[in-house]
Design a protein around this ligand. Sequence first.
Ligand SMILES: Nc1ncnc2c1ncn2[C@@H]1O[C@H](COP(=O)(O)OP(=O)(O)OP(=O)(O)O)[C@@H](O)[C@H]1O
Ligand SMILES: [Mg+2]
Length: 366
Amino acid sequence: MAHIRISSLHKYYDSVHAVRGIDLDIRDGEFTVLVGPSGCGKSTMLRAIAGLENIDSGTIEIDDEVVNNLAPGDRDVAMVFQNYALYPYMNVFDNIAFGLRARKFPAREITARVQAAAETLDIVELLKRLPRQLSGGQRQRVAIGRAIVRDARLFLFDEPLSNLDAQLREGMRVEIKQLHQRLGKTMIYVTHDQIEAMTLADRIVLLKDGSIEQEGAPLDLFERPVSRFVAGFLGSPSMNFLPAKLVENGTYLGLRFADDVTLALPAAASQRLASRVGQDVTFGVRTEHITPARDGELDDGFVDLLVTIDLTQPTGSRTYASFKLAGVAVQAELRAHDVEQPGEQIKLQIDMNRAIVIDPSTELVI
Ligand SMILES: Nc1ncnc2c1ncn2[C@@H]1O[C@H](COP(=O)(O)OP(=O)(O)OP(=O)(O)O)[C@@H](O)[C@H]1O
Ligand SMILES: [Mg+2]
């Protein structure tokens, strides 16, 4: 059991205002991911919840108890640190067992738990080694092992997979997700990797400069971003952004680009934006919503566009292809053999129902 309530949390490091009035409720058993660019305050938040960092104002409650003045050891929280924090003179077994020994667990119980954690993390053959005899990825797994042997009410992970190679990272991501399903514990996980955030989270909290920019279910943020920052942060490749002007376009509105190409907006967006005709806006569209045009009628809200591809990036299953629209590079998502050579022309369709329009003065989606 652990539900967390954070209210008006502020943290300064001298003149650096690292956390700027965060309010956050985390339900019991929820897997919450704090994500955002380097320096946005993710580790500070986690360390404050663990009790390792004094806060300047606000409250942190765990299960309705204000823990502001509770020592870290009394919060019943297990944390995996960004820099592992292993004891250099203890072997892997003793590192993992440390927290259990400190809590006076019986020796047999300790052995069983360490063995089970080592099996989960595939480090059984490393139990006798010292941390300096391990690779970065192995050290990271030991640090995770040390947290999971404890039956804490709350687990905090600070970028636990950042030093692993891509394949191991994918494997460990699955392990952590399974661990969460098996234990049903409340987990708060910090990463700057949006794929990790999307794949692991029940709920994503996207931070920017010490404040929450948007929070919600991963697909909520992905499909309904409130700002250019959220739209650009989530998704790989990143969303395309182009400057445009909102214009009348027959029955509905359109987006006019610098070279006078105009893309028609669907009915709903036209109604919503009617009062803004004539304004400069930013058009945002994801690569997967610019695809090869099909033969025949376009679906409702789709527009087509004949372009010359100037660069292709095959990934195997799909090919990202760049073209210029009003001088700005735009990426489309094609199938593997749609374009064989740069310089080829192709007719694309854009799903304008999935595109966003941003007010450049506020950077908010309108
Ligand atoms: N001990 C400290 N003393 C002074 N400033 C600090 C200290 N720790 C963090 N900061 C500053 O507070 C801000 C938030 O830092 P924090 O470590 O929480 O960021 P982060 O989101 O975890 O970044 P990263 O992804 O790089 O780990 C940054 O501007 C950082 O420089
Ligand atoms: Mg950090």
